[in-house]
Design a protein around this ligand. Structure first.
Ligand SMILES: Cc1cc2nc3c(=O)[nH]c(=O)nc-3n(C[C@H](O)[C@H](O)[C@H](O)COP(=O)(O)OP(=O)(O)OC[C@H]3O[C@@H](n4cnc5c(N)ncnc54)[C@H](O)[C@@H]3O)c2cc1C
Length: 292
């Protein structure tokens, strides 16, 4: 393998132009925590490494109706951000057991998404909060739901001339609560055996207006358990309803067996953990209501 060229442009315009000219021959470098391993294993053999460290893509801001997170924002930045902690606590929960501090200081939200691991820890909370992503090219920007981004392990709909520039999270309606759970072989520095996030948003009459159940590491891509969500939508929450939704989510999972766990264990744990996450979200809503 020949040594790739390295370029660190000063502006997004320059980066987009280089990406447009080089296409799939150019690989973005963000934190490099996935990329370097894939290059070592010859999964990727880029001719050009395009490092955007000089391009301002790390900003986090809350504007009318949404939170915007630059694709080069690191896990440590997200963990330290008070507004994200207040508005999107399940995203922060997913950052806590993520690797250790040295990796969290380098790893970015954009890298976690574009790497497209079925076990990526930030994706279930982002999808549970209905995140959109912005893909930029010299032709302009396109915004799409994160849920439509993944097509298979390591596979996405990103075009060779595109760069992921921003993640956008709509502000949640009142009476919303979400819960993230990660099951690994250890508490941290472990790839998830199952990870998931559930969100409940209640209508004024107390029924479920919106339910999100997003499963990781149990299918070729992060997976919304839409039939399980439908069990909850429009209904009053009862323990029996939560049980039913958890069982349905497990039926929707399609896990494989690998070195970390068997498929049947993952399926059983999906039911257990979805039930636990739904209970946590429901408990949170109860506390919010009794405070209000
Ligand atoms: C020791 C260790 C522990 C880890 N623990 C966890 C964990 O607990 N949970 C977890 O989910 N992951 C974990 N990972 C995996 C990895 O750290 C994360 O996926 C991380 O978020 C990747 O981000 P990065 O900035 O390092 O991406 P990079 O490695 O720089 O890039 C990853 C891929 O995305 C592409 N890319 C990056 N940014 C963009 C962009 N803006 N636009 C277009 N393409 C882009 C790159 O070209 C590359 O193909 C771990 C990795 C290591 C080495």
């Amino acid at each position: 393998m020949s040594t790739p060229q390295y370029v660190a442009p000063e502006s997004l315009e320059d980066a987009l132009r280089i990406k447009s000219e080089s296409g799939a021959d150019a690989r973005l470098v963000a934190g490099g925590t996935d990329l370097i391993l894939r290059m070592r294993d010859r999964v990727f053999t880029p001719k050009l490494l395009l490092d955007l460290r000089r391009v301002p893509l790390t900003a986090i801001s809350c504007t009318a109706g949404e939170m915007r997170i630059g694709s080069y924002a690191t896990l440590s930045q997200i963990l330290a951000h008070d507004e994200i902690a207040n508005l999107f606590p399940a995203l922060v929960e997913a950052c806590r057991p993520f690797a250790g501090p040295p990796i969290r200081n380098r790893a970015t939200i954009g890298g976690n998404i574009v790497n497209a691991s079925p076990a990526a820890d930030l994706v279930p909370p982002l999808m549970a909060y209905d995140a959109n992503i912005v893909l930029s090219s010299i032709s302009g920007d396109r915004e799409l739901p994160l849920a439509e981004f993944f097509t298979g392990p390591g596979q996405t709909v990103i075009e060779p001339d595109e760069i992921l520039t921003e993640v956008r999270l709509p502000l949640m309606p009142p009476d919303s609560a979400a819960s993230f759970i990660k099951l690994g072989q250890r508490r941290s520095m472990a790839i998830s055996i199952v990870n998931l996030c559930t969100r409940l948003s209640l209508a004024a009459d107390g029924t479920v207006a919106t339910a999100r159940i997003v499963l990781g590491a149990v299918a070729p891509t992060p997976l919304r358990a839409v039939a399980a969500e439908a069990v909850l939508a429009g209904n009053d929450i009862t323990t029996a309803l939560l049980d039913e939704a958890a069982q349905q989510a497990s039926r929707e999972s399609m896990p494989i067996s690998d070195v970390r766990a068997s498929g049947s264990y993952r399926k059983r744990m999906t039911a257990v953990l979805v039930r636990r996450a739904l209970s946590a979200a429901w408990g949170e809503l109860g506390r919010n209501n009794s405070n209000g």
